[in-house]
Ligand binder design. Structure first.
Ligand code: TYC
Length: 102
């Protein structure tokens, strides 16, 4: 952008063209072995869901194969996926967690 002042001076400024950062949806995937109670605890601990909301999401994943846990900027989504996978493996469960650009 170019601004001409009355005294003849000229000011330039870079156009405001920055887009908001892309957001990422984090999903849990169903499997036959991870206990329902473990999935509910994961949703409460890492995705700030209360017990009611966590149970609804867990049941949706159980029924439909996949369910959304939250939407975050890339680095936060990626950290949550890593934390969930680490927690699940340490507990000996095959729970899968993934992210997708929203
Ligand atoms: N299907 C699992 C069971 O019957 C429960 C489960 C729900 C597992 C959600 C993973 O992301 C998941 N114990």
């Amino acid at each position: 952008m170019v601004t001409k002042h009355e005294d003849g001076t000229v000011a330039t400024r870079q156009e405001q063209k920055l887009k908001p950062p892309p957001m990422y949806q984090v999903f849990l995937l169903n499997d036959d072995y991870t206990p329902m109670e473990f999935v509910v605890a994961i949703l409460q601990e890492y995705f700030n869901k209360d017990r009611e909301a966590a149970t609804q999401i867990m049941l949706k994943v159980h029924r439909d194969g996949k369910g959304m846990c939250g939407v975050y900027p890339k680095d936060i989504a990626s950290t949550k996926v890593e934390l969930v996978l680490t927690h699940a493996r340490k507990a000996g469960h095959p729970l899968q967690c993934m992210m997708e650009e929203a």
